[in-house]
Design a protein around this ligand. Structure first.
Ligand SMILES: Nc1ncnc2c1ncn2[C@@H]1O[C@H](COP(=O)(O)OP(=O)(O)OP(=O)(O)O)[C@@H](O)[C@H]1O
Length: 685
């Protein structure tokens, strides 16, 4: 029977079965876990919580005590405490929200962070933060920093260590806001050049910004370099174009490229607006810390003098707006410094988005359109830096007090949970450069394959399902609605892939389309979407630092992602090996089987497979090494429209005894007996 999407909504939490029929074999440690069932108000109305959490949220790790976070979710202050304990290594903490008046004063953005103009606030957790004596304050054409703060730091925000606009404003007093405001108005002034095609965005410019525009020719030229390759290029733009087309990257002389030797400490001095690009070696982790200045990794600011431990194979860049010194210890595959990056254009996108969020937050009309924040979708070919840009936009937004929703439609890699899923989660704080996204309330639908070509229809159905859920969330939560969403997509942009992109844009009602690194896609989308006046299509450069990955590397990355789910990033989690009777579990796959028996079809018609049909699967040895999703569905018909609680990995199938052995993140019964099978396999090594 074909299931009707949405009919069974909302799904209620599935109660764990009483009486443990399974033989649970405990392993070393058990993380405390929680589950979330999608409810109309997800994630901000009361979500149902299983009395005894059985399985963790997809993709979570023990260092993120989800159960406690989940309960604390209702108690904002407690949640802040939990997050602080979870994120001890990060600079940026969840910040007190800035009042609308202050926000309007800062006009949406004061990012990049203004350089310190006074000694940092020695809050209780602050470490010694040696600042460089005279960091370049601003790009030369911008107004000077108005000077040291005129009022003492706000005691309420003393605990906020470093970082965002609001903490900065609080620490430095009103002058900092003034400073932010000057910076932002100047940045905003460049909007007409940057968003040539973004008519709605352009309309947000103030007259003050417009006049500043005329006086800031040098920065304009740089933005033109960065955002509009079709503009006349000056000499620096030439090298940018070279970089875009894979030509030589201009390296800052501060640090020469190459692999660093194991165990040797080395310091790298970064000039302003340059980045240190690093590929960690295959065998050993890399330790890195910020010695002085300010630096960030994909939008998340680094705490001074705190060592970060990057696992093998990780690829990332440490970027600085005003100059910094970095110290590294360990082995790198490659590391080099590049002074040509598209970061200025990226941060300008952020400034525009933040201004829209501010406007949406301030909207008191109750009009659903004006209170809706930007819905940004990032598209581009494979390895164009989509996930990285999404991450930066999210971290910058979270740093400024917004709570954008991250939607990940890239089933090939999976930033939120394991590959093969489409998922969404609110981002409340900058994303951890090592551990990735902190999962508190992810909403995950299991597609089951790593390419949508396996079942295009199902992919569309799941995107629609997720979109419907997010609409309900936005309807019930003004803050979430005003913060909007950032949608990461897959790199398949030809043929069916292009159709799926368009489907996602329309289904999720994206109103800003950021096209990374491909002129053809930009022009196709601009033509198709020009009939839709509220959609801005914006072309952006691909960063020269994005690392291309071949099929083998991608497969390995997927495998590591699944391993990370069960064992943690640094082998710090302990999954449980459980044994269940065949009769205790019901395994289904989605798609396949004829839509109707041949006898019921008109003469000559061939039976076609129904891509959304839920088909029962016999438990046999074919399930060995498969990763299955645990659905929240109560009935098989609800499987497509239900989100999933987590995943299990089949390690043995005993046909004679009719027992199945599987690895699960926690001991005990699964939250549901309905399991979904795709084509996701994993060989535990
Ligand atoms: N500036 C940079 N310096 C160093 N590494 C980078 C930089 N930008 C991105 N990377 C790395 O390059 C790799 C590819 O980037 P990313 O995942 O953002 O691309 P993508 O377009 O999302 O890829 P996909 O094809 O999976 O959709 C990632 O490992 C990322 O960490």
């Amino acid at each position: 029977m074909v299931m009707k999407i949405g009919l069974n909504w909302p799904v209620e939490p599935v109660q764990p079965e009483t009486g443990n029929k399974n033989n649970s074999v405990p392993c070393r440690r058990l993380p405390r876990l929680s589950v979330l069932v999608a409810s109309p108000g997800y994630p901000f109305s009361s979500p149902p919580l299983l009395p005894l959490p059985q399985i963790r949220n997809p993709g979570s790790s023990a260092r993120r005590p989800l159960a406690s976070l989940f309960v604390a979710w209702r108690l904002e202050q407690l949640a802040v405490c939990c997050r602080l304990t979870c994120r001890r290594r990060l600079v940026s903490r969840r910040l007190p929200s800035v009042s609308p008046s202050k926000l309007s004063e800062s006009s949406g953005s004061d990012y990049p962070p203004s350089p310190p103009s006074s000694p940092p606030n020695p809050g209780p957790q602050r470490r010694r933060c040696p600042r460089s004596s005279a960091p370049p304050l601003l790009p030369p054409s911008l107004p000077p920093n108005p000077g040291p703060p005129s009022s003492p730091p706000n005691p309420v925000t003393r605990q906020v260590l470093f970082g965002s606009s609001s903490s900065l404003a609080s620490r430095h007093g009103p002058s900092c806001f003034k400073f932010g405001s000057v910076l932002v108005s100047t940045v905003s002034s460049l909007v007409p050049f940057f968003f040539k095609s973004a008519s709605v965005l352009v309309s947000t410019l103030s007259s003050q910004a417009a006049s500043a525009l005329n006086s800031d020719s040098s920065l304009q030229a740089r933005l033109l370099d960065n955002s509009s390759p079709d503009q006349p290029l000056d000499s620096s733009a030439h090298s940018t174009a070279q970089q875009l087309s894979g030509g030589s990257v201009s390296m800052a002389m501060a640090h020469s490229g190459g692999a660093s030797s194991s165990g040797v400490k080395q310091q790298v001095k970064l000039e302003k607006e340059s980045e240190l690009r690093i590929e960690v070696g295959n065998d050993a982790p890399l330790c890195l810390r910020l010695l002085n200045g300010n630096a960030e990794i994909f939008g998340t600011e680094l705490a001074p003098e705190i060592w970060l431990n990057f696992p093998p194979r990780l690829k990332f860049a440490v970027f600085t707006w005003y100059g910094a010194t970095i110290e590294m210890e360990g082995t790198t595959e490659t590391d080099y410094t590049a002074d040509e990056t598209p970061m200025v254009s990226y941060v300008n996108v952020h400034a525009i988005l933040e201004a829209r969020r501010t406007r949406a937050k301030a909207s008191s009309s109750g009009d659903s359109e004006s209170s809706q924040g930007p819905r940004v979708i990032v598209v581009g070919p494979t390895d164009s830096g989509k996930s990285t840009l999404s991450r930066m936009l999210l971290s910058w937004a979270a740093k400024q007090g917004s709570k954008p929703t991250f939607v990940d439609l890239d089933i090939g890699q999976g930033s939120i949970t394991i590959p093969g899923c489409i998922a969404a989660t609110p981002i409340e704080m900058p994303i951890d450069p090592v551990e990735g996204i902190t999962l508190e309330m992810p909403l995950v639908y299991f597609f089951g394959h790593t390419t949508p070509s396996n079942n295009v229809e199902l992919y569309k159905v799941l995107v629609k399902e997720l979109g419907g859920m997010l609409e309900r969330q936005f309807a019930g939560n003004a803050e979430s609605r005003a913060s909007g969403m950032v949608i990461n997509t897959m790199g398949w942009i030809e043929g069916v892939g292009y159709d799926l992109l368009l489907h996602a844009i329309r289904t999720l009602k994206a109103n800003v389309v950021l096209v990374l690194g491909q002129e053809k896609l930009y022009s196709m989308l601009r033509d198709v979407l020009k009939g839709e006046p509220k959609v801005d299509v914006v072309k952006l450069q691909r960063s020269g630092g994005v690392v291309s990955r071949n099929v083998k590397v991608r497969q390995k990355a997927r495998s590591f992602r699944i391993r990370e789910y069960f064992y943690g990033l640094l082998n710090d989690l302990s999954p449980h090996s459980n044994i269940a009777n065949f009769s205790d579990l019901c395994v289904y796959r989605i798609g396949g089987g004829p839509q109707a028996p041949r006898s019921a079809l008109p003469i000559g018609a061939e039976p076609v497979a129904d891509p959304t049909r839920v088909v029962p699967v016999n438990i046999n040895r074919d399930l060995l090494h498969m990763v299955l999703a645990v659905s929240f569905a109560k009935e098989p018909e609800e499987i497509i429209s239900s989100n999933v609680a987590g995943f299990i990995y089949v390690t043995d199938v005993d046909i004679q005894r009719k027992k199945i052995t599987y690895l699960a993140p926690s001991a005990g019964d699964l939250p549901s007996k309905f399991l979904i099978l795709g084509s996701l396999t994993w060989l535990e090594t």
